[in-house]
Design a protein around this ligand. Structure first.
Ligand SMILES: Nc1ncnc2c1ncn2[C@@H]1O[C@H](COP(=O)(O)OP(=O)(O)OP(=O)(O)O)[C@@H](O)[C@H]1O
Ligand SMILES: [Mg+2]
Length: 255
C-alpha cells in the first residue's frame, strides 16, 4: 500500500507547488510509481509538471462533478513513473464554492486517495493555502504531511497556526505524520532569510525541521516559467539537488 503525502501551508506563495512537482518528479526518477494530484482550484501544477503539448486540461474537479471518469483524468507526463491529476475546469472558474462544497460534503476525494494509494507507491497532493475545508479533507486521508516555510519574516507569524491545525487533525487521523517543516527560498546572503532559518531551528523541536533547505535559485524560477520541474530541467541546480535529497530521505523513511 502506498502513501499519501500532502504539501500544506497556512500562507500562500511559499513553494507548495514547487515542492510538490519536484518531489513527485524526484520520486518517479527513483522508480517509485508516483501520482501527483492538484486539489488547489488555482491549478498551478498544470504549469509546472511538464505536460506534453496539447494535453487535456480536465482533472479532479471534472471527476468530482461527475463529468469525467477516473481513467480520463489521469494524465501521463514526460516521466514513465509519473502521472498527474490536474485541478481541472475549476481553475478557469472564478467561483470555487461549489467545488469546495462537493469536496467537503462527499467522500469522492477520500475514495480517490484510497484508490490511488492502492495503485501507487506515493501520491503527492498539492493543496491551496490555508487550512480550509479542502486541506482538512486531504489531511483526513493522508499519511504524511510536509509544511514549506518560506525564509522571510512573515512566515513566522503564520506557522504556529498551521502547526496547531495539523496537530488537531493528527489527533483524529492517527495514521497522519507531520514529516517536517521545509525551509524554502533560502537566501544565504540575506540576513533576514538567515534569521528566519535560525529562529525556526531554535524554537521548534529538532526533528520537526528538515536539515535539507531549498535555496532560492534562478533555475528554480525559470523551470517553473518553462513548465518543468527544476529537478528535470536543471539537475545540477542547488534547489534541484535539495529536492532530490529530500525525496531520497522521504523514500527511505516510507519504505
Ligand atoms: N527555490 C525557489 N527558488 C526560486 N523561486 C522559487 C523557489 N521556490 C518557489 N519559487 C517561486 O516562488 C513562487 C511561489 O512558489 P509556488 O507557486 O510553488 O508557491 P505556492 O505555495 O504553491 O503558492 P500558492 O499558495 O499560490 O499555491 C513561484 O513563482 C515559484 O516559481
Ligand atoms: Mg501552489
Amino acid at each position: 500500500m502506498g502513501r499519501v503525502l500532502a504539501v500544506v501551508s497556512q500562507k500562500g506563495g511559499v513553494g507548495k507547488t514547487t515542492t510538490s512537482v519536484n518531489l513527485a518528479a524526484a520520486f518517479a526518477r527513483r522508480g517509485l510509481k508516483t501520482l501527483i494530484i492538484d486539489v488547489d482550484p488555482q491549478g498551478a501544477v498544470r504549469y509546472g509538471i511538464g505536460l506534453r503539448r496539447g494535453h487535456p486540461t480536465y482533472g479532479f474537479a471534472d471527476y468530482l462533478n461527475g463529468a469525467r471518469n477516473l481513467r480520463e483524468i489521469i494524465l501521463p507526463t514526460a516521466l514513465p513513473w509519473l502521472r498527474v491529476i490536474l485541478a481541472g475546469s475549476v481553475s478557469d472558474a472564478s467561483d470555487h464554492s461549489f467545488y469546495q462544497q462537493l469536496i467537503a460534503e462527499t467522500s469522492v476525494l477520500h475514495d480517490l486517495l484510497a484508490t490511488a494509494r492502492e495503485r501507487c507507491d506515493i501520491v503527492v497532493v498539492d493543496t491551496p493555502p490555508g487550512l480550509g475545508a479542502i486541506v482538512h479533507r486531504v489531511l483526513e486521508s493522508a499519511q504524511h504531511v510536509i509544511v514549506p516555510l518560506q525564509c522571510e519574516p512573515l512566515a513566522l507569524q503564520t506557522t504556529p497556526q498551521i502547526l496547531r491545525g495539523i496537530q488537531e487533525i493528527v489527533e483524529n487521523n492517527r495514521e497522519l505524520t507531520l514529516d517536517g517543516i521545509l525551509l524554502t527560498m533560502y537566501e544565504a546572503e540575506q540576513p533576514s532569510s538567515q534569521r528566519v532559518a535560525d529562529y525556526v531551528r531554535e524554537h521548534l523541536p529538532r526533528n520537526m525541521v528538515f536539515d535539507v533547505v531549498v535555496p532560492r535559485t534562478e533555475a528554480a524560477l525559470e523551470a517553473f516559467a518553462a513548465g518543468q520541474p527544476v529537478v528535470l530541467r536543471t539537475p545540477a541546480d542547488e534547489a534541484a539537488q535539495a529536492y532530490v535529497n529530500l525525496a531520497t530521505l522521504l523514500a527511505e523513511r516510507f519504505r
